[in-house]
Design a protein around this ligand. Structure first.
Ligand code: MG
Length: 162
């Protein structure tokens, strides 16, 4: 079997009184992201990219925000469950790449921790997980500091072929 690729995108708006969690790492900031789960926009984009690569629909289908079970859920746990779904379908992640669009706070100091956290959930080496950051240069909802967005691509292949 050849490798398959998928993409994921997510965005969440800032909300007072919430923790800011990105890639499974808590980033100290004055605000967090609104959402049913911990609103980890980066983990959500990665999860959708993996599910898309595997032909397994999307995060909303598997982990609906109408389900109380997922309230304030650790999104790294959702990512682990998505990997388990891939495993049941004979697939495993090969590599993941991501971009986080965020005006503030500065995320660079947390890059390595995010890569390691995501890689651990994916069963990959940190070298197989890209985490990059960019701003909106003052444009659009990211640039105005209304929220954070994330893009991800994932490549998956049959067990043992990666
Ligand atoms: Mg989301």
């Amino acid at each position: 079997m050849t490798a398959r690729s998928g993409i994921g995108f997510d965005s969440h708006r800032f909300e007072e009184g919430r923790r800011l969690v990105l890639g499974g790492v808590e980033v100290p900031y004055t605000r967090g992201l609104a959402g049913h789960s911990d609103a980890d926009v980066l983990a959500h984009a990665v999860t959708d990219a993996l599910l898309g690569a595997a032909g397994l629909d999307d995060i909303g289908l598997h982990f609906p925000d109408t389900d109380e079970h997922w309230r304030d859920a650790d999104s790294i746990e959702l990512l682990r469950r998505a990997c388990a779904l891939l495993d049941e379908n004979g697939l495993a992640p090969v590599n993941v790449d991501t971009v986080v669009l965020c005006e503030a706070p500065k995320l660079g100091p947390f890059r390595d921790a995010m890569r390691e956290r995501l890689a651990d959930a994916l069963g990959l080496a940190a070298a197989d997980v890209g985490v990059k950051f960019t701003t909106g240069e003052g444009m659009g909802f990211v640039g105005r500091g209304e929220g954070i967005a994330a893009l991800a691509t994932a490549t998956v292949a049959a067990h043992g072929s990666g």
